[in-house]
Design a binder for this molecule. Structure first.
Ligand code: NAD
Length: 281
C-alpha cells in the first residue's frame, strides 16, 4: 500500500490512464485505485497492465488492464467500448503514454564537439523525429478525442496531460522530445479553452528528473556516483535532488479533484524540485 499524499476520495470515478504499464503512470494507477477510483490501465504493453490490474484486484481495488495503442484511433474506440461496459464512462483521463527515441537523439550537446563516428544533428533520422512527435502529441490528442466524448455528454470531467521540463527550455541532445512536450503544454491550454464551456478542465504536470530503471545507467556510474549528465542535472536543480515518481501524486490528485482545483484549467504544474526556477547563478 502506498502512503497517499492527499486525503481525496475518488470513489466511483472512472480514471482512464494511458501508459499505465510504465513507471510514472503505473504509480498513478495504483494511487487512484487505492483512493477508490475504478481504473482503466491502458498500454501497448499488455502484460504490464494485466499484471498491474491483477495485483490491484488481489489487494481489493478496482482496475482493468487493456492493450491499447494511443496512435490507433480504431483500437482506441474498441477499448473505449470495453471500458464503458466494464467500468462506465470516463471521468478522468490521464494521457501518460509518451517518451523519447534514440533515433531522434544526438550524441553530442554541441556541434563543435562532435567526434568522428558520432551521431550529430545532421544524422537525426526524420522517421525517428516523426515517431517522437506522434507518440507525445498525437498520443495525447487521439485518446482525448476518444474518451472526452464521455465527458462532453455528461458536461463533467478532467484531463491531465504529462509534459516535461524540456517543454520550457529544451534539453540538449533531444530536440524532438523537447519540441513534442512543448506541443503537449500548448495543447493543454488549447483543450482547456476548447472545453471551457463543456464542464471539462484540462491541465498538465511537468515532471522534473526522475531516476527510473531505464535511465539509471545514464545517471549513475557503477560505483553509485553521478555521471557527467546527472551531475549537471543536480547542479541545475537548486534542491540538488531528483524527483521520485510518488512525488507526482500530490499534484496529480490536486489537479484531478473537481473541488480542490475547481477554478484551475489550462495550467502546467512543474513538479521539478525547483529546476525550472533556477538560472544556475
Ligand atoms: P515509461 O517508459 O516507464 O512508460 C511509458 C509507457 O508508455 C510504457 O509502458 C510504454 O509501453 C507505453 N507506450 C509507449 N508507446 C505507447 C503507445 N503507442 N500506446 C500506448 N502505450 C504506449 O515512461 P515514464 O518515465 O513512466 O513516462 C511516463 C510519461 O511521463 C511520458 O509521457 C514521459 O514522456 C513523461 N515524463 C517522464 C519523465 C521521466 O523522468 N521519466 C520526465 C518528464 C516526463
Amino acid at each position: 500500500m502506498m502512503n497517499l499524499p492527499l486525503n481525496i476520495d475518488f470513489t466511483e470515478k472512472v480514471v482512464v490512464i494511458t501508459g499505465a504499464g510504465g513507471v510514472i503512470c503505473g504509480t498513478m494507477a495504483r494511487a487512484f485505485a487505492q483512493a477508490g477510483a475504478k481504473v482503466a490501465a491502458l498500454d501497448l504493453n499488455e502484460d504490464a497492465v494485466k499484471k498491474l490490474a491483477e495485483e490491484l484486484k488481489a489487494e481489493g481495488f478496482t482496475c482493468e488492464g487493456y492493450k491499447a495503442n494511443v496512435l490507433d484511433p480504431e483500437a482506441l474506440k474498441e477499448v473505449h467500448d470495453r471500458v464503458l461496459a466494464d467500468l462506465g464512462p470516463c471521468d478522468i483521463l490521464v494521457n501518460g503514454a509518451g517518451g523519447n527515441n534514440p533515433r531522434a537523439t544526438t550524441d553530442n550537446e554541441y556541434q563543435h564537439e562532435a567526434k568522428e563516428g558520432q551521431k550529430t544533428f545532421f544524422d537525426l533520422d526524420a522517421g525517428g523525429v516523426d515517431f517522437v512527435f506522434k507518440l507525445n502529441f498525437q498520443g495525447t490528442l487521439l485518446p482525448t478525442q476518444t474518451f472526452a466524448q464521455d465527458m462532453v455528454e455528461r458536461q463533467s470531467g478532467c484531463i491531465l496531460n504529462i509534459s516535461s521540463m524540456n517543454a520550457y527550455i529544451p534539453l540538449t541532445k533531444i530536440p524532438a522530445y523537447s519540441g513534442a512536450k512543448a506541443a503537449v503544454s500548448n495543447f493543454t491550454q488549447w483543450l482547456a479553452t476548447h472545453f471551457a464551456g463543456s464542464g471539462i478542465r484540462c491541465n498538465a504536470i511537468a515532471p522534473g528528473f526522475l531516476v527510473t530503471n531505464q535511465n539509471r545507467a545514464l545517471l549513475f556510474n557503477a560505483d553509485g556516483t553521478p555521471t557527467e549528465r546527472s551531475a549537471k542535472i543536480l547542479a541545475g536543480t537548486p534542491t540538488h535532488r531528483f524527483v521520485d515518481s510518488e512525488e507526482l501524486l500530490g499534484a496529480t490528485f490536486f489537479l484531478c479533484d473537481d473541488r480542490a482545483a475547481s477554478a484551475i484549467t489550462g495550467v502546467v504544474l512543474p513538479v521539478d524540485a525547483g529546476f525550472a526556477a533556477y538560472s544556475g547563478v
